[in-house]
Design a protein around this ligand. Structure first.
Ligand SMILES: [Zn+2]
Length: 379
């Protein structure tokens, strides 16, 4: 916990803005929390993997109410978003991977459409608080208006297995990021957690990537096998994102990524959003619960290897993420404070908290426009 944050006023005094123009390390001891809080409030703070839409099945759960941390319901709600300065992010349509029969495909299709509707209902029910973002420009405008940014993403493309052409419909309904697979192989790609079936992407997976590029949907590699990563870097015309992944170098795990791939990701303009899922951060069975420091070790290492332009945050809130000292989104300013302590500038921290994610969303849309222009009849 960081009681300092809770005590600090949410409005940033103008003097604080001036203070931030000098290097953070020059701040007198005791002012760092104030400075961090003020900075955190000024910038766009986005998380690229919010599993909170899973809560929308529960009629008793209300996003406008504050839920105490550790009560087992959720880690994200509007009061805690405001408290933690979380301006929004990618709200995931997550579908568990069941079997792959026709019946399973139909069930997954219907599940995906239900979640999509529920996310739209959230926005429709609270138009003064939440707004659907279809572009980086939308996100900046929504943030400036003081509303929460709702980008829609998909975790596991199983809802598209029956009819991949549904991707166009999802795009029209706001889908801007697509994760191909979850914890077992599916019709599109191999998972990081299971022995290979396709040695990377299946033919249907390659076609889906091409269609995502054509539409302007960012491809999310998290949960996919390393071979999928390698093939995505080859075939995707737009930079890819790892929406919630951590570092193999800090703690080797099948869900994490090695430094060589991080460097290649960065070279291609891609982005890794660091996951706070405890069991991926360290050997929790041997060493106990992961802590805020364990998380920051992954964050700081990944920044060092990939460069701050290629790093952000996807903590897996409501999907198993959260560690001791970073139990829910109300505590996010701790990350900003820590980055300031490490000497990162406001511009760098702003890039990591949202600028980079918006850049990659915009890049996918730029590539889609290029593809459309190239396909248009000449003359
Ligand atoms: Zn996940």
């Amino acid at each position: 916990m960081s009681p300092g944050f809770r005590a600090v006023s949410r409005s940033a005094p103008f003097a604080m803005a001036l203070l931030l123009t000098v290097p953070a390390l020059a701040c007198a001891a005791g002012t760092t929390d104030d400075a961090a809080r003020a900075l955190h409030e000024r910038i766009i703070v986005l998380d690229s993997h919010l599993d909170t839409p899973m809560m929308f099945d529960d009629p008793a759960w209300n996003i406008l109410e504050r839920h105490p941390p550790g009560d087992g319901t959720s880690q994200v709600d509007l009061p805690r978003m405001l408290e933690g300065g979380l301006d929004g992010g990618m709200w995931a349509i997550y579908t568990p991977q069941r079997g792959r029969t026709l019946e399973h495909m139909r069930t997954a299709r219907d599940h995906g459409l239900k979640r999509l509707l529920q996310i739209h209902r959230l926005v429709a029910a609270h138009p003064d608080r939440f707004e659907l973002a279809r572009s980086p420009e939308d996100a900046r405008r929504i943030h400036a208006a003081g509303r929460r940014v709702v980008f829609i993403s998909m975790e596991n493309a199983a809802p598209l297995a029956l009819d991949p052409s549904l991707l166009q419909f999802y795009f029209d309904q706001g889908l801007r990021m697509l994760g191909l697979v979850h914890t077992s192989n599916n019709d599109f790609a191999d998972s990081s957690n299971t022995p290979p079936e396709w040695n990377g992407l299946s033919p249907a997976g390659r076609a889906l990537v091409a269609e995502a590029n054509r539409l302007g949907i960012v491809i999310d590699q998290s949960h996919a096998a390393d071979a999928v990563f390698d093939q995505l870097l080859e075939i995707s015309k737009a930079p890819i994102v790892l929406s919630h992944s951590s570092s193999d170098e800090v703690y080797e795990h099948m869900r994490n990524i090695d430094d060589a791939r991080l460097r290649r990701l960065a070279a291609r303009g891609g982005l890794i959003q660091v996951n706070a899922y405890g069991a991926y951060l360290k050997n929790t069975q041997a060493a106990g619960r992961a802590t805020f420091e364990d998380y920051m070790q992954h964050v700081l290492h990944i920044i060092k290897v990939a460069g701050y332009e290629h790093v952000g945050f996807g903590a897996d809130w409501d999907g198993g993420g959260g560690v001791q000292g970073l139990e829910d989104v109300s505590l996010l300013p701790k990350i900003t404070a820590r980055l300031l302590q490490e000497g990162y500038t406001e511009a760098q921290i702003a890039a990591m908290w949202g600028g980079n994610l918006l850049r990659v969303v915009g890049e996918a849309q730029r590539v889609a426009a290029e593809i459309a222009a190239a396909a248009a009849p000449q003359g």
